[in-house]
Design a protein around this ligand. Structure first.
Ligand code: RIB
Length: 280
């Protein structure tokens, strides 16, 4: 079957503790509030894109366990196609996330089933657009891109070695400032979006800045997943044919709205909320 947007990536269950301050290395901080919410950079992108109106499938691997049931519940509820989600004999990916009062976070991931993803798990990919990130094995992404004819967006997170061929193939690369400094993107001919946190984002082509956007002012609760939602929104907006400036404004608004609520997928805005914020 063919879908407009394929998300190739991770599925995690996020085990979250909200604290006044983040612990330093070797320190214990008590008194936190616990939540378990669906996450994973791949799943977050899929839910964000779906909530913005894209026909979306996710290609992913989970464990044969109860964590998978919790991790997939939002994807299913939002109408993301799950036919290409395979189960393996490993625990579903788990992310241990601490969130401080100002919204800053720390994330440690036990990759589990995401690390057991192999090229044999891939279906034939025939969508118009594919978006991926680096929370699954790189050889799976390489295999998926081999012969893929559509538009490729890569959210180059978390920072990963040995991904030059993937970045060269990408029509759109999305990075934050820290990630941008860790990759050699100088010869890239496509679009590069650099997120700048509270300062917004810029879009570059062939080393030239072609659009800049400031995020709307919001009250930040949790910054987790804002980059995933931004990547989804920018990819969807460009695929819809929005101008580069409009697409960047749209993605910044989606990223900002995502920070106003706890969690990632649960915080991801729907189209109407974004349009209202942008006055469209
Ligand atoms: O980008 C945020 C995501 O990173 C979380 O949902 C967590 O699962 C980790 O993968």
């Amino acid at each position: 079957m063919s879908y407009g947007l394929t998300v190739l990536g991770s599925v995690n269950l996020d085990l979250i503790v909200q604290l006044d301050v983040l612990p330093k290395a070797g320190e214990t901080v008590t008194g936190g509030t616990y939540s378990a919410l669906p996450g994973g950079k791949g799943a977050n992108v899929a839910v964000a894109a779906r909530r913005l109106g894209a026909e979306t499938e996710i290609v992913a691997v989970v464990g044969n366990d109860d964590y998978a049931v919790q991790a997939l519940v939002n994807l299913d509820a939002e109408g993301v196609y799950l036919d290409a989600v395979k189960k393996v004999d490993a625990h579903t990916g788990l992310a241990f996330i601490s969130v401080a009062a100002g919204g800053e976070n720390q994330i440690a991931v036990a990759s589990g089933a995401n690390a057991a993803f192999t090229p044999e798990h891939l279906p034939k990919l025939c969508s118009d657009v594919l978006i991926t990130q680096f929370e699954i094995p790189i050889n799976v992404i390489e295999a998926a891109l081999d012969g893929y004819k559509g538009y490729v967006a890569v959210n180059a997170s978390p920072v990963c070695d040995g991904v030059n061929a993937i970045l060269q193939r990408a029509d759109l690369i999305i990075v934050n400032e820290g990630e941008a400094a860790r990759y050699d993107l100088s010869g890239h001919a496509g679009l590069i979006a650099v997120t700048l946190g509270a300062k917004g984002a810029e879009l570059r082509r062939a080393g030239q800045v072609i659009a800049v956007a400031l995020p709307p002012k919001v009250d930040v609760v949790d910054t987790t997943g804002a980059g995933d939602a931004f990547a989804a929104a920018l990819t969807v907006a460009l695929a819809e044919g929005q101008s580069e400036q409009d697409a960047l404004d749209f993605a910044c608004a989606v990223g900002a709205l995502t920070t106003t609520r706890l969690g990632t997928q649960t915080a991801s805005p729907r189209r109407a909320e974004v349009d209202r914020l942008l006055g469209r």
